[in-house]
Design a protein around this ligand. Sequence first.
Ligand code: GDD
Length: 319
Amino acid sequence: MKKILITGVTGFAGSHLAEWLLLNHPDAEVYGTYRLRSRMEHIEGIKDRLRLVECELRDAQSVNEMIRTIRPDYIFHLAAQSFVPTSWNSPADTLIVNQIGQLNLFEALRKYDVDATVQIACSSEEYGHVLPGEVPIREDNPLRPLSPYAVSKVGQDYLAYQYYQSYGLKTIRTRTFNHTGPRRGEAFVTSNFAKQIAEVEKGIRPPVIHVGNLKAKRDFTDVRDVVRAYWLAVEQGVPGEVYNIASGSAYTIEDVLAKLLQKSTVQIRVQTDPSRMRPSDVEILLGDYEKFHRQTGWRPVIPFDQTLQDLLDYWRARI
Ligand code: GDD
């Protein structure tokens, strides 16, 4: 029986992946790490079928103990500080959680001689400053990170490459472009806007939506398509390789806002909030997922409008 470990199972992608695995691989043992302060709401409906293990990735001893006892066959390393603006306020913490956390995981696998296939959640943010002739972005594009978060992901990415080259650790790197859907953390743009709209509809907020930079362009994939891609990555991906996971279409954040506002039942005014602007923002992320498609046959199937509708309905049900 396969043992599958998800770090960060209580998070957005982690909870969707756990659900997908329980449904599609009912014979597998699905383990997930959490921290004492982790909120459990995303896995409320499935936690009885998960094997939850308390683990602090910053702490090598905690990670060693977890790996020694589970000895997983597959690992999805999703736990991270994943919000770009937080990385300007807490750059050191972002680097420690993301890079040292992963280092601890890799060293534990070496220490206990665990021959796992490890998916590493890298990010399109690593591409950072993309030049006009470079879209859609392929995996061999230069990495020009524009935030401490992006730098932390470049580090994770190259650490995974290096551990494959040096020790034969079976790492598979996925550079995932923006993804969203129900349960997306409310700090992230789609979810933040959807929540504000749901609050206006309920009458608990004046009919004004606060926004940041609307000119940026992003490539959004539904999280449910993304977690399916993660599984294909460990099953059919080539260890040592890196793959873009993207939709292949980009929208300005202004377009995304317009799509959400169209779904609203009330009239809402848009107001720019300077505190939502970033010291530097990636102008355009538009991914080419051809390499991953050729390797696994994956392509996204959930239309963006459906994703946004499900996200808005998620907030409507919660507020
Ligand atoms: N969060 C937020 N809130 N973003 C806003 C807002 C707002 O009110 N208004 C405009 N934006 C713009 C941001 O400036 C950015 O250009 C874009 O919306 C998307 O912001 P986020 O949703 O915060 O995501 P991100 O692109 O910075 O990063 C996400 O995608 C990466 C992959 O490219 C995160 O999910 C990362 O973890 C992920 O690696």
